[in-house]
Design a protein around this ligand. Structure first.
Ligand SMILES: *Cc1c(COP(=O)(O)O)cnc(C)c1O
Length: 356
C-alpha cells in the first residue's frame, strides 16, 4: 500500500500570468508533487510541497548518464468550471513502458494518476480559461544516486510540475513549414525512440536548429538506417491524407506511440474514414504530390494537438500541401479533440476524467 500524500502549502503564492503572456512552458504553479524510490523499500513518501529548486549532489546519476523519463498531458477547465484530464492513465502506462526500457522502477498507474489529480485539484485556479489554453502537466522520473559509473541507479525521484500554457506554436493551428532531415537521425529500432526520455530530445536539437536557420519550424525525421521512411515530425507523430485515405507510420520501435496519434486513429475509424498504419517512404509522399493526390499532412501531439504541415523541403525540392492551408481532416480532428478535452463535445470514448 502507498502512503498517504502529505501536503505542505506555500506561504507565498505567486501572481498568475496574463493570458496573453502564457506561451508554452514559461510559468509554473505554486506546488509540485514529489515521491522517492529506494531499492528494497520501493516508492515512498509521496508529498505535495511548494514549487521550488531541488538540492542535488553534483554526482547525481541523471546528470551524467541521463537515466530519466517524462510524460506530458493537460488539464482543462470546462465552461461550467469542472476540471477534466485527458486520458491520464494512458500517459502513466506509457511512462512505465519508458521506465522498463531505461531500467527505472515502474509506478503504480492508479496511484500516479491519483497524485496528478490531487495536485491539479489543489492548483485549479491556475488552469487558464482562454481559447487554446490549458494546464500542462509534466510528470518525470530521474536517477538520484550520487555515483559515477554506468549502472542503474538504486534511488529515484518521481515528480509532477504544472505549467499554464497557451498555444505551442506562436502560429497557433496555422500550417508550418517542415524540413525533411536526411543527415541527422533521431532514433533507431532497438534504441530509445519509443520512450519519452531526455536523450531523444538532446539528440534532436541540432537538426532543429539547422532547420530553424533555414526558415523551417520543425524537421521531419526519416528512419535511421535507410533514411528513406518517414518517422515523426519534431516531437509529434505525423499523418498524411493521400487519395482519400489517411496514412501514418506504423509503430516499429523507433517512434513514440503518441496518445494523440491513437486518439486520431480512433476518431478516423469512428467516422468511417479509411486509416492505415504502415511504412511510408518520403518518395511515396513526393510521388503522391506529383500525381495531385497528397491532400493533407499534419502532426499530432499533446502540446499542439494538431499541427498542419503547409510545406515540405526534401533535398531542396519544395512542395506545398493543400495550398499551405489547414486541411478539412486536420480541422475536424482538432475541433473534435479539443471539444472533448474542454467538455464542449460529448465524450463517447470515455477519454476524459472529471476530477472536479
Ligand atoms: C510526446 C511525443 C509525441 C506525442 O505524443 P502524445 O502522447 O500525443 O503527446 C510524439 N513524438 C515524440 C517524440 C514525443 O516525445
Amino acid at each position: 500500500m502507498m502512503d498517504e500524500i502529505k501536503i505542505q502549502k506555500t506561504l507565498q503564492p505567486k501572481e498568475k500570468p496574463q493570458l496573453s503572456e502564457l506561451g508554452f512552458g514559461n510559468y509554473f504553479t505554486d506546488h509540485m508533487f514529489v515521491m522517492d524510490y529506494k531499492e528494497g523499500r520501493g516508492w515512498h513518501s509521496p508529498r505535495i510541497i511548494p514549487y521550488g529548486p531541488l538540492e542535488l549532489d553534483p554526482s547525481v546519476m541523471v546528470v551524467h548518464y541521463g537515466q530519466a523519463t517524462f510524460e506530458g498531458l493537460k488539464a482543462y477547465k470546462t465552461k461550467d468550471h469542472h476540471v477534466l484530464l485527458f486520458r491520464p492513465h494512458a500517459n502513466m502506462e506509457r511512462m512505465n513502458i519508458s521506465n522498463e526500457r531505461l531500467c527505472i522502477p515502474t509506478l503504480d498507474v492508479e496511484f500516479a494518476v491519483s497524485a496528478i489529480r490531487k495536485l491539479v485539484e489543489m492548483e485549479q485556479d491556475w488552469i487558464p480559461e482562454g481559447e487554446n489554453t490549458s494546464l500542462y502537466i509534466r510528470p518525470f522520473v530521474f536517477a538520484t544516486d550520487p555515483h559515477l559509473g554506468v549502472r542503474p541507479s538504486h534511488t529515484y525521484s518521481f515528480m509532477v510540475i504544472l505549467s499554464p500554457v497557451g498555444s505551442y506554436y506562436p502560429e497557433g493551428i496555422d500550417p508550418v513549414k517542415i524540413y525533411v532531415e536526411d543527415n541527422y537521425v533521431r532514433a533507431v529500432k532497438g534504441g530509445l525512440g519509443y520512450t519519452k526520455t531526455p536523450g531523444n530530445y538532446a539528440a534532436s536539437i541540432k537538426a532543429q536548429e539547422v532547420a530553424k536557420e533555414r526558415g523551417y519550424t520543425q524537421v521531419l525525421w526519416l528512419d535511421g538506417i535507410e533514411k528513406k521512411y518517414i518517422e515523426e515530425v519534431g516531437t509529434m507523430n505525423v499523418f498524411f491524407k493521400v487519395g482519400g485515405e489517411v496514412i501514418t507510420p506504423a509503430l516499429e520501435g523507433s517512434i513514440l506511440a503518441g496518445i494523440t496519434r491513437d486518439t486520431t486513429i480512433k476518431l478516423l475509424k469512428h467516422w468511417g474514414i479509411p486509416v492505415q498504419e504502415r511504412r511510408i517512404s518520403i518518395d511515396e509522399i513526393y510521388e503522391a504530390h506529383a500525381q495531385g493526390k497528397l491532400e493533407e499532412a499534419f502532426g499530432t501531439g499533446t502540446a499542439a494537438v494538431i499541427s498542419p504541415i503547409g510545406e515540405l523541403n526534401y533535398q531542396g525540392k519544395i512542395i506545398s500541401i493543400n495550398d499551405g492551408k489547414t486541411g478539412e481532416i486536420a480541422t475536424r480532428i482538432y475541433d473534435t479533440i479539443t471539444g472533448i478535452q474542454t467538455g464542449v463535445l460529448e465524450d463517447p470514448f470515455n477519454w476524459t476524467l472529471k476530477i472536479k
